[in-house]
Ligand binder design. Structure first.
Ligand code: NI
Length: 181
């Protein structure tokens, strides 16, 4: 499958709901591997199916502090913390812009692994943040939907300007030390 193109905001596929995965054959493994490879090449720490045009309930996470990338199939958040925290988010589908997003401090998530085996995980800290961001992608929700309208308009204006320059100059600016979800 190789490297996958990452779809950016404006494409309707990012607004659709992903479907449940019913079979756990080699094609899911191939897809997950390609997603991990593509996420890493763009220096992202999370990537969801719709971002590569696949409307299936799959996302991958790759935190620098963890040895192995994680794969979540058919995830479902079953519990959320009362406490909420701000953290600056970015997204491979809205490259180059970042904003603080308020979300529950942790979530409990139920999902299946690459073999279809169910697991439950309490995701806190950075993992909790990425899991919530990626799970949103499966519902057609982007992080910009979760910030105040005024900030969102500003952010998208900046993004649109940057996107124009990028097309013109074909320059591909990588995100320095930022973590893109
Ligand atoms: Ni994202």
């Amino acid at each position: 499958m190789g490297m996958l193109d990452i779809i950016t905001i404006g494409d309707e596929v990012l607004r659709e709901k992903a479907e449940k995965i019913a079979s756990f054959g080699p094609e899911i493994r191939i897809l997950a591997d390609a997603m991990i490879e593509s996420m890493r090449s763009e220096r992202g720490i999370g990537l969801a199916g719709p971002q590569v045009g696949v409307l299936k309930k799959i996302f991958v996470v790759d935190l620098p502090e963890e040895q192995e990338p994680r794969i979540f199939l058919n995830p479902e958040i079953i519990e959320t913390a009362q406490e909420q925290t701000y953290y600056e988010e970015g997204c491979l589908s809205i490259p180059g812009v970042y904003e603080d997003v308020l979300r529950p401090a942790w979530v409990r998530i139920q999902a299946q692994d690459i073999n279809g085996k169910a697991f439950t995980l309490k995701a806190e800290g950075m993992l909790g943040r990425v899991v919530q961001h990626e799970n949103d992608h499966l519902q057609g929700v982007l992080f910009v939907d979760r910030i105040p309208e005024e900030k969102r308009d500003k952010l998208l204006n900046i993004y649109n300007k940057k996107a124009k320059i990028k097309i013109k100059g074909k320059s591909k600016s990588k995100s320095n030390n930022r973590r893109i979800l």
